[in-house]
Design a protein around this ligand. Structure first.
Ligand code: 13P
Ligand code: SF4
Length: 310
């Protein structure tokens, strides 16, 4: 691939500083092109935990870089845009979670990785969209399961278990905004296409899906399917990798508005600047880190995933 001068300079700075660049599938195309590891949140967590690089540059949103900092205390984690938050993660505060625990004594708290370190530290186990079912299965004796903060993921997971799941009422504004009407319109336009969706979509949208899965699972599904056309119900950034993996297949965004604003904050210039100046280091208070680490480790012990080395 022909890299631009700035892309080339970042790649050589990464090598010089013994750094790796972890990139989420929702990042801009030009950033995905120079990733050392490109993945969904689970795979990137695993890649952060395994790397022997001294510096991790995390092109994603804040909770992702924070998870890397929790997992890698001896390493320097840099976030190119510290203001790249996740509105879903902000739908629950530590006070609210403490109160919910008081209201449901004995409940097991399963926390989606799209959450702050404060929330993870108050939880029992983490999950991502790739492993929520395995995590719930691992605690099938739990009296009640409080699943935070994504209500849609919780309700979707509840379809596959007899456990009592109490969903928090947070949602991802990007996935929540996709309506069943929009999906039906696309299906009418492309009647041969399969509709695939991320579990952060509403239950009404998921009811229309031929396949539901995490970002990596959606990529795998399209890669392995012998069908030709797919309506893609998730953030538009996934199409960069999906198109690359599937020349000749027709990939249609379920709606044009499926764009996560904060995922797109990060630019090549931001990555260059953090690497050059070693700035925007993500840190987590040690006591909190240890509690959050235990939740992440329990999840990772149940998960098999690998980021795609580039
Ligand atoms: P994945 O776990 O599928 O990477 O999802 C991350 C995310 O932010 C979805 O909105
Ligand atoms: Fe958060 Fe939604 Fe953006 Fe994912 S797509 S980072 S859940 S706001």
């Amino acid at each position: 691939m022909n890299l631009s001068p700035l892309q080339k300079e970042i790649v050589s700075l990464l090598r010089e500083k013994k750094a790796i660049l972890l990139v989420h599938y929702y990042q801009r195309r030009e950033i995905q092109e120079i990733a050392d590891f490109l993945g969904d949140s689970l795979a990137l967590c695993m890649a952060a935990a395994k790397t022997d690089a001294e510096i991790i540059v995390f092109a994603g949103v804040h909770f992702m870089a924070e998870s890397a900092a929790i997992l890698c205390p001896g390493k320097t984690v840099l976030i190119p845009r510290p203001d790249a938050g996740c509105p879903l993660a902000d739908t629950i505060t530590p006070e609210q979670l403490r109160k919910a625990r008081e209201d449901h004594p004995g409940a097991t708290v399963v926390t989606y990785i799209n959450s702050t370190a404060d929330i993870k530290a108050l939880s029992d186990i983490c999950c991502t969209s790739a492993n929520a079912l395995a995590v719930i299965a691992s605690i099938r004796d739990a009296k009640e399961i409080l699943m935070v903060p994504d209500g849609n993921l919780a309700r979707y997971t509840a379809r596959f278990t007899d456990s009592t799941i109490l969903p928090w009422n947070g949602a991802c504004p990007v996935h929540q905004a996709l309506t069943p009407e929009e999906v039906r319109r696309r299906k009418a336009e492309y009647h041969d296409a399969l509709f695939i969706a991320h579990p952060e979509c509403s239950p009404e949208v998921l009811d229309l899906a031929d396949f539901v899965g995490s970002t990596a699972a959606m990529l795998k599904f399209v890669r392995e399917s012998d069908r030709r056309s797919f309506i893609v119900g998730t953030e538009a950034g996934i199409l960069v990798q999906m198109e690359k993996e599937n020349p000749g297949k027709i990939l249609i965004p379920a709606a044009e508005h499926l764009i996560c604003e904060t995922m797109k904050y990060t630019t090549l210039e931001d990555i260059h600047a953090v690497l050059k100046d070693r700035k925007h280091i993500v840190t987590v208070d040690e006591e909190k880190r240890l509690c959050a680490l235990s939740c992440l480790k329990k999840m990772m012990a149940l998960s098999e995933a690998s980021a795609q080395p580039r």
